[in-house]
Design a protein around this ligand. Structure first.
Ligand code: FPP
Length: 250
């Protein structure tokens, strides 16, 4: 009797066109709490499992030739969650960063945290600084983690910074255009995502990368984040490759 082996999908599946892959994928990792609840476990179990999913997605993007990934780890609204969950998440981010830094270096990952980082616990800020500094010259996949991130907050802080420059006479009102505005965003220098994936069925942007997602294709799956895997990414990419991207033209 032959035993059916699970498909591992180490390489880009042959039904995908390697010349038409998104150059940057953004993910809203939703459904961790529900995943845990369905198993009668505390919500934090879902977040813990979610880290493994994110790690494999990052590797998968690298393996399949997708050069940038951004994950929504904590929104400016997430402070409204129960205190124990917020504290758990902060500790989890710190622990994961400390644990994974060596491996990220070995795998040539360049990490950037985007969001209002100054409001995070100081021990987490220290790990974030260290990981960004240590990996800044790496040349592999660009991995961005949105932490204490809100799209509106990002746009407002850019406006304030630009207004301040105008006030100081360093730039003129006429100098303000989309290219200049870009320079004040947390994501400056990173090409905008072509594809947004949201797990667990909700059809919302939830204040994620409002400026940067202007022309992104959106793919929503019912799968809960901890269950998202390479086959799910394969399906998202097949769907993406069937879309006609017109950028407002005919
Ligand atoms: C949303 O699910 C998930 C989060 C708010 C946290 C996601 C964070 C991780 C997976 C950890 C990432 C770690 C690093 C270091 C980048 P939910 O709790 O809203 O789920 P629910 O909608 O089912 O309640």
């Amino acid at each position: 009797m032959t035993v059916k082996q699970p498909i591992v999908l180490n390489d880009l599946p042959p039904d995908l066109d390697s010349t038409c892959l998104p150059q940057h994928i953004a993910v809203i990792m939703d459904g961790n709490g529900r995943w845990a609840k369905r198993r009668g476990r505390p919500r934090i179990m879902g977040h813990q499992r979610g880290v493994d999913t994110l790690k494999d997605l990052l590797r998968c993007c690298r393996d399949w030739g997708i050069p940038a990934l951004t994950a929504y780890a904590f929104s400016t609204e997430n402070w409204g969650r129960p205190l124990e969950e917020v504290e758990f998440l902060m500790t989890l981010f710190e622990r994961v960063l400390r644990r994974e830094l060596e491996e990220m270096m070995a795998e040539n990952v360049r990490i950037r945290f985007v969001g209002n980082l100054a409001a995070l616990p100081s021990s987490l800020q220290a790990e974030i600084d260290r990981s960004m500094k240590d990996t800044e010259n790496n040349t592999g996949i660009q991995f961005s983690v949105a932490t204490n991130y809100g799209g509106r907050q990002e746009i407002v802080q850019s406006c304030r910074a630009i207004a301040d420059q105008v006030k100081q006479g360093l730039i003129n009102l006429d100098d303000i255009d989309e290219a200049l505005f870009e320079k004040y965003l947390y994501t400056t220098g990173i090409p905008h995502p072509d594809l947004l994936i949201r797990t667990s069925g909700e059809m919302r942007l939830s204040n994620f990368l409002l400026w940067q997602l202007a022309y992104a294709e959106i793919y929503v799956t019912q799968t809960l984040w901890p269950d998202f895997n390479r086959e799910e990414l394969h399906q998202a990419l097949l769907d993406y490759q069937q879309r006609e991207r017109r950028f407002g033209k005919v």
